[in-house]
Design a protein around this ligand. Structure first.
Ligand code: NAD
Ligand code: ZN
Ligand code: ZN
Length: 336
């Protein structure tokens, strides 16, 4: 089978590998679509602390079950989403049910062989059956949608709140969609890419190109000078780490979603004077993943607009280049 593997800093290779042999409790999945994510870019850049060369990348993917050798709730041909989180069930976070922050967490596509391959062997407990209502390509967005569900649930967001999101990448827009579905009065989202902002606008979000307009002034104008109830920082740089403190209302909550390539400086003195809260979020719980599937099945949102490119696996270099440049793409999928 063909697979995209990490071959070292800024090196990827398309390899011909043997189809994985499944063991008890596993299923063989024919992968249909796999999405490139910011974490894949960190691996590609050689700065991910855990990924090692010869890894088959890809943690946002879906497919269908084609083989299994133990009792399972699936049938051959079932369409499935893959929850990529493996946890130890022994550490303190696991004992408290917080599997997504397991101290020994392993992620399929980061620590374990992933889904940028024609086939992947996956533990049956990590598979979720999908109804025919979920489109094969959109199913690859369930994992980032679960991140958005978890982020909004973890925040202090309440119905009627005005939310500001810094960064209109796939995660930022998905957070905006979940906040809107959950009763946000207004969702303001910033980016420096007009291409991405146009897509955000088509979902009913209020957009600001923060390179062209004063974001803070706009947030203040919309909130009658008060500031946003919740700010989600989803762009991951020093500029947005500064803006998050200026855009939030007094006693408001900043939710940091970004994984920073370089740790930002955060002005705690400014935060103290207005009793601001700073929270972080990581991955999603099993329930959040199921909620994401439900949102897809209910077909309330047109997720297809988030998919900017569907490329064959042979175009792996082009796919990664598109995501690296980011301004003229959104979610880039490999069709496998
Ligand atoms: N917490 C988690 O579990 C989790 C999960 C997935 C992704 N992430 C992180 O979330 C972040 C977003 O993920 P993504 O896949 O959407 O990434 P992305 O890179 O596609 O999106 C980031 C966006 O920020 C924009 N941006 C850059 N500078 C800006 C500025 N000054 N103002 C406004 N926008 C600006 C970029 O143009 C881009 O559209 C990344 O840091 C990623 O690592 C976290
Ligand atoms: Zn991801
Ligand atoms: Zn654990």
């Amino acid at each position: 089978m063909k697979a995209i593997t990490y071959a070292g800093k800024e090196k990827l290779s398309l390899k011909e590998l043997s189809v994985p042999q499944i063991t008890a409790g596993e299923a063989l999945v024919k992968v249909n679509y796999g999405g490139i994510c910011g974490t894949d870019m960190m691996i590609y850049a050689g700065v991910h602390p855990r990924a090692k060369p010869s890894l088959v990348m890809g943690h946002e993917f879906s497919g269908e079950v084609i083989e299994m050798n133990s009792e399972s709730p699936f049938k051959i041909g079932d369409k499935v989403a893959v929850n990529p989180i493996r946890y130890c069930n022994k550490c303190e976070p696991c004992r408290l049910g917080n599997y997504h922050i397991c101290e020994n967490l392993k992620y399929i596509g980061i620590d374990l062989q992933g889904g940028f391959a024609e086939y992947a062997k996956i533990p049956i407990e990590n598979l979720h059956i999908l109804s025919n209502k979920v489109k094969e390509d959109e199913a690859a967005l369930i994992e980032p949608l679960a991140v958005a569900v978890h982020t909004v649930r973890r925040s202090k967001f309440k119905v009627g709140d005005t939310v500001t999101i810094l960064g209109a990448g796939p995660i930022g827009i998905l957070i905006g969609m979940i906040a809107k579905l959950s009763g946000a009065a207004e969702v303001i989202i910033s980016d420096v890419s007009n291409y991405r902002l146009q897509i955000a606008e088509s979902y009913g979000l209020t957009t600001v190109n923060s390179q062209e307009k004063d974001l803070i002034e706009k947030v203040k104008r919309i909130t009658q000078g008060v500031g946003a109830d919740v700010v989600f920082e989803v762009a991951g740089n020093q500029i947005t780490a500064d803006q998050m403190i200026s855009a939030i209302k007094t006693q408001g909550e900043i939710m940091v979603v970004s994984v920073y390539k370089k740790p930002p400086t955060i002005d705690l003195a400014k935060m103290h004077f207005r009793e601001l809260s700073l929270s972080t979020t990581r991955c999603f719980s099993p329930k959040d993943f199921e909620t994401a599937i439900k949102f897809m099945e209910e077909d309330k949102i047109d997720f297809s607009k988030l998919i900017s490119h569907r490329l064959p696996i042979e175009s792996f270099q082009e796919g990664f280049q598109l995501v690296k440049e980011s301004g003229n793409s959104l979610k880039v999928l490999f069709a496998l």
